[in-house]
Design a protein around this ligand. Structure first.
Ligand SMILES: CC(C)(COP(=O)(O)OP(=O)(O)OC[C@H]1O[C@@H](n2cnc3c(N)ncnc32)[C@H](O)[C@@H]1OP(=O)(O)O)[C@@H](O)C(=O)NCCC(=O)NCCS
Length: 134
């Protein structure tokens, strides 16, 4: 079974760049968090402590996002490895003024981790495939 996880943010004044639109770095952070949410949902029955971001690929800023828009992210696990999982994230922007549109997309690879006795993070083999989510 594979499900879509959801994560939303509201664009406020502190998120706006000098062009008057959503700062791309803020969008990247939100995509990352949306991917973390999907990863944590997927790994919830395992002994993983959490995940860390390993690679961000195929990031596309398709449409500008404006003050007052909601950014609604939908994230899906599309590939699993031993410790890694790749998440496809679609960020839809929405407001009365600007309507509903696909604003940004990315594929992000996360690595499941545990902490060793010193508190350092080590990769963790989650043993999950897309058909074997526990
Ligand atoms: C996570 C970490 C502890 C794992 O180290 P490691 O055990 O040496 O393993 P690697 O990172 O080389 O590889 C782990 C997985 O990532 C995959 N990977 C490595 N580089 C990759 C890339 N460029 N793109 C996609 N996947 C990649 C590997 O194939 C492996 O997958 P698998 O276990 O499913 O086969 C270490 O990479 C790390 O600390 N990275 C920094 C993470 C970080 O600080 N992120 C930002 C803040 S969250």
């Amino acid at each position: 079974m594979n499900t879509t996880s959801k994560y939303s943010e509201l664009v406020q004044t502190q998120h706006i760049n000098t062009a008057g639109t959503l700062f791309g770095g803020t969008m990247l952070a939100w995509l990352d968090l949306a991917g973390v949410k999907a990863s944590n949902d997927f790994l919830k029955q395992t002994d993983a402590w959490g995940v860390v971001t390993r690679a961000m690929d195929k990031v596309e800023f398709k449409e500008p996002v404006f003050l007052g828009d909601w950014v609604n992210c939908e994230s899906t696990v599309i590939r699993t490895g031993n410790s890694s999982l790749e998440i496809e994230i679609k960020a839809f922007a929405e407001s009365k003024d600007h309507g509903h549109r696909l604003a940004c997309t990315a594929n992000i690879t996360f690595v499941a981790v545990v902490k060793d006795e010193k508190g350092s993070l080590m990769s963790f083999n989650h043993n999950l495939s897309l058909n074997e989510e526990k």
